[in-house]
Write a protein that binds this ligand. Sequence first.
Ligand SMILES: O=C(O)CCC(=O)C(=O)O
Ligand SMILES: [Fe+2]
Length: 291
Amino acid sequence: MHSDDETCIVADSKIITLSLWASRKIVFHPKHQRSNLQPSELVAEDNSLYVMTRSSQNWFKHGVPQPNPGEDVDERISITLRCINNKKTRSILLMGDSNTKEVKFGEGSGTVGASYPGRRVKANMIKDIDPEKCVGYQNVFLHCGTNDLRNEYVTGKDYIHKLVGTLQSKLCVIEQLCPNTNVFVVPVLPTRNHTMNENVMYFNKLVDVMLNKRFPNISFSGVYGFLDSKGLLDSRLMRSNSSDDFIHLGKRGIAKYVAMMKSCVYRKVKSIEHQKTKQESAQVVDPPGGS
Ligand SMILES: O=C(O)CCC(=O)C(=O)O
Ligand SMILES: [Fe+2]
């Protein structure tokens, strides 16, 4: 039993298997204990195709059971087609509020660019983060927005502690579903509203502590280049056409945000490659069987 979950397989792609010459049973087993999914199976007939989603690989293992000893079965061949992208180590899923809406993935000017394929998924509040959407991406950016921290919602420090608890439980599920994905939590960008900023800073501080304690591999950085000398969101990075919008990034701000994401991914990919090379050369140097 196995999953087709190699990192080079494109996240939203289909995996297609063509069966020829004979039929076989294909079995599917859930991979995670916490999931309430049931095992299932299908018969792949001669001259048929069956299709699996890439993300189903994160939930199920599949396989073709061996014939019983002495059982006489016709020969079968299967051909499996997968969509591969060699830039996959740089694939990005960006999940966040309206401030991430203008981040455009794809090719051409004003986009993230073809070297970093990906997509943006809306999550206006922390409760809207959908861990299943992260599967298949090598890099996930969770952009915590200000919606949860609106002055009218924040009833006190307990409320902010609870929010961080919700974020922690979302991260636990992401960790389980996508153990090999690099996760980046982007701190909430301070705004130009002082009262809101107090809540933002308190939330960011708690998230920092929670990540250090529970998820030491998750990166949490990227805000400070967006602030002016007073610690407020730099007005030059904001939308210029509306004076009462004290939250949203404009074109320049979005470009800076995209550059920040790309540099986070680039540095992470390089450090993973570096670690791998170090491990490989250690294996070459080590005498077989150890000392
Ligand atoms: O032969 C089959 O139907 C399964 C093939 C398969 O799982 C694979 O090639 O990854
Ligand atoms: Fe497979």
